[in-house]
Design a protein around this ligand. Structure first.
Ligand SMILES: [Zn+2]
Length: 391
């Protein structure tokens, strides 16, 4: 039977439906040869071959040589039944929840404005409520969901799961969000720092695709970095590698919330840079980094100056990291990254002054591609990896 001819607009949907037929056939039949798959699904041999190749690249099926009726054949087996996963992303001012698959594909999502810094117990309750709302609206059974991945704008101790030290969520210090969430949701929960998840997702599916030595900078309320060396996330002994926000850059600078003076965050973190903006009388100053970036793009010389100084400071801090880990790509993400060249150009200039010229060879600095979706998609992917490991 030949495949139906379709217009390009419906091709993606058809391909997905055909993939689903192959997965269903494997679920029912165990290991099947490609010829058996073609018979079971009614698809052409060429289509089955293409679908199997895609599923194999994605890790959904494994393929090995076998024999069928005395002839060599390729046996196809489902590696694991593809289950749904939930991703939860806490930002300082909102919670986003997504239902998706292990490839980071978002099937449904919900976002609410919420002051996450208020405290962990209430934040967790809100996230659980939002998850239940999402599953209800998507008509998804909780039993379909295999695990939950969580992104938080704070360092996470990889051994205890505790939120650590100075973050933009001081009341979360010492809290174990995986325990609080798992108790209420009844599913395995894994938690990771947002910059780490964004670094992983941008190198898997964003502007850093295929790159192995990458620094991702997350510029939001706080400033953090996700560092990828030889294709692997650098977590460090306790999971706090990349916490660059409190790198001291100016001994006469502003006092930081951590108690030190002149930290990177005091010139690049959202609350500090918004405070620096000149007042404009009745019109009022921009209230968010996004508004500030928009004002700078149009005309605002004060906003431009503050963004340029943030860029220069980020360049100095990144130069220190770059001298140590020799990345090929620096990806700049978070709200402030939307300033584009207004931020990146001064950043490059200060890196040139402070970086070993050998470390700068083959190094580019670019804006992130996936925006705030990166953390949520990274959380989905992390959740799906939980199901791969036997508990
Ligand atoms: Zn500090």
């Amino acid at each position: 039977m030949s495949d139906v001819e379709v217009t390009p607009g419906t091709q993606a949907a058809l391909r997905q439906a055909n993939q689903q037929r192959v997965i269903e056939a494997l679920r029912a039949g165990g290991t099947l040869t490609q010829a058996e798959l073609a018979r079971a699904t009614g698809l052409s041999a060429a289509s089955v071959s293409n679908i199997v190749r895609d599923l194999r690249e994605r890790g959904t099926v494994s393929v090995r040589q076998t024999s069928s009726h005395g002839r060599r054949a390729r046996g196809v087996t489902l590696v694991r039944p593809p289950g749904a996963v939930v991703g939860i992303s806490f930002s300082p001012d909102r919670i986003s929840v997504a239902l998706g698959d292990g490839r980071g594909t978002v099937l449904a999502r919900e976002t609410i404005a919420y002051d996450v810094a208020v405290g962990p117990e209430r934040g967790v309750r809100r996230a659980v409520w939002l998850t239940e709302t999402l599953l209800g609206r998507a008509r998804a059974e909780r039993s379909m969901v295999t695990a939950v991945g969580v992104s938080l704008p704070a360092p996470v101790d990889t051994t205890t799961g505790e939120i650590l030290g100075v973050s933009c969520l001081p009341r979360w210090d010492g809290y174990r969000p995986s325990e609080g969430l798992s108790e209420r949701i009844g599913l395995p929960v894994v938690v990771e720092n947002d910059a780490n998840l964004c670094a992983l997702e941008e190198t898997r599916a964003g502007v850093g695709r295929g790159r192995k030595h990458v620094i991702y900078l997350c510029l939001s309320h706080g400033v953090g970095a996700g560092i990828i060396v030889s294709g692997r996330l650098l977590r460090g002994a306790g999971g706090t590698a990349g916490e660059i926000g409190h790198m001291g850059l100016d001994e006469r600078g502003q006092v930081c919330r951590c108690g030190n003076r002149g930290c990177l965050e005091t010139v690049a973190g959202a609350p500090y840079i918004l405070d620096m903006l000149p007042r404009y009388g009745d019109a009022g100053a921009p209230a968010t980094v996004t508004e500030m970036v928009e004002a700078a793009a149009v005309w605002d010389p004060g906003a431009r100056r503050i963004i340029a100084e943030a860029g220069a400071a980020l360049g100095r801090a990144t130069a220190i990291l770059a001298n140590a880990v020799n990345p090929e790509l620096v990806i700049v993400g978070g709200e402030l990254a939307a300033a584009g060249e207004l931020l990146l150009e001064p950043m490059r200039r200060s890196m040139e002054l402070e970086t070993l010229s050998t470390a700068l060879d083959n190094l580019s600095i670019v804006q992130a591609e996936l925006g705030e979706e990166a953390a949520l998609r990274g959380a989905l992917r992390m959740a799906s990896s939980v199901t791969e490991e036997p508990e």
